[in-house]
Design a protein around this ligand. Structure first.
Ligand SMILES: NC(=O)C1=CN([C@@H]2O[C@H](COP(=O)(O)OP(=O)(O)OC[C@H]3O[C@@H](n4cnc5c(N)ncnc54)[C@H](OP(=O)(O)O)[C@@H]3O)[C@@H](O)[C@H]2O)C=CC1
Ligand SMILES: CC(C)(CO)C(=O)C(=O)O
Length: 310
């Protein structure tokens, strides 16, 4: 049972697919004070999910100057928007604040180190699938046995406790690096292929796409092993099998960016694999090719959006 002293203040920066879902579910349980840190006003949130739709009022701030230090920040912007979240982090972080990073990719702590002052960074792996249907409406799909993974330490346990009552299942692991690489492998194929083909996950049912994914995954897994991840000899095959457990009509975060004409999270995902390959002397021709295509497509979307605004 939550006592008055267990009630925490939680600020969520990045109220999109992933942040909208966790904000809505935390608010519904009402064990903590949830503040949405947003760029446009928001007073309600609806989360669609298999167990039933949740509709909650939402307290929101639109100006970082109005924010004060909180117990927890949940950062769920795209990785490339981390820098632009700095004014929020500056106001929300104090020495007793924990900043849980709800972003794909590896190296969360390094990405955040210069932005959080004396606060503690808590890396997380997000397994659920989110789709933003409107600024105040998100769709939540579970994928696999857990919604999150964290390190099995004091901060990881505190994150798990924070979500108590939300029905979010948190895996604690003594080998966070391996889990982070496994998730990155999934993103190495799921995100680029859906974004570049402009198709939802049904595209992974094609034999030619599966063969391509297998080759991309084998290359990326070699990099992960060199980076310290304990990956199985048949990790590529395992990841492909995991990918095929997603419903064919599920999208990916990068697919939604393509549809909306937003820049891609290319450098934090495929780019992280290529960069780690360079560091360890492991060749990455396929991931390198994907990275070039992603960057070129992403820049094209940005240029088209700018031209439309003129
Ligand atoms: N979607 C998914 O299924 C999954 C996504 N992830 C990862 O989760 C992270 C978030 O992805 P996702 O939720 O899909 O992304 P979205 O694009 O849906 O949401 C990102 C949100 O960040 C907000 N934002 C960006 N910059 C700022 C800023 N400076 N201040 C305040 N808000 C800001 C955007 O606001 P605005 O609306 O104003 O643009 C938007 O609401 C990514 O790292 C992604 O890879 C992980 C697992 C699954
Ligand atoms: C694994 C997947 C595809 C789940 O939504 C994801 O992490 C993303 O969309 O970024």
């Amino acid at each position: 049972m939550t006592g008055p002293s267990d009630r925490k203040t939680i600020a969520i920066v990045g109220l999109g697919s992933i942040g909208g879902i966790i904000a809505g579910l935390l608010r519904a349980v009402d064990k903590h004070d949830v503040i949405a840190c947003v760029r446009r006003p928001l007073d309600r949130l609806t989360v669609e999910r298999a167990e039933g739709t949740v509709e909650v009022p939402q307290r929101a701030l639109t100006d970082p100057a109005a924010a004060t230090p909180v117990d927890w920040v949940l950062l769920s912007t795209k990785a490339q928007d981390t820098e632009s979240s700095a004014p929020w982090l500056q106001r929300l972080c104090g020495p007793r604040t924990r900043v849980a990073v709800l972003q794909n990719g590896i190296g969360h702590a390094e990405r955040l180190a210069s932005l959080v002052g004396a606060a503690t960074v808590v890396p997380t792996i997000v397994y659920y699938n989110g789709e933003r249907l409107a600024p105040d409406r998100v769709r939540f799909r579970r994928a696999g046995e857990h919604e999150f993974a964290v390190a099995d330490d004091t901060d990881g346990r505190a994150f798990e406790a924070l979500l108590d009552g939300t029905a979010m299942r948190v895996r604690r692991s003594a080998d966070f690096t391996t889990l982070a690489w496994r998730k990155l492998l999934l993103n190495a194929v799921a995100n680029p292929i859906t974004a570049l083909t402009l198709q939802r996950q049904a595209v992974f049912r094609r034999a030619d796409v599966k063969a391509l994914c297998r080759a991309i995954l084998e290359e990326a897994a070699n990099v992960g092993r060199a980076d310290g991840a304990q990956l199985a000899p048949d990790e590529a095959e395992l990841m492909l099998a995991t990918l095929l457990t997603y419903p064919p009509d599920a999208g990916t975060s990068m697919y939604f960016d393509r549809v909306a004409g937003r820049p891609f999270e290319a450098d934090a995902l495929t780019g992280a694999i290529v960069a780690a390959g360079e560091r360890h002397g492991v060749p990455t021709p396929l991931n390198g090719l994907l990275l070039t295509l992603l960057r070129a497509t992403s820049d094209g979307l940005r240029d088209a959006a700018q031209a439309e605004r003129r």
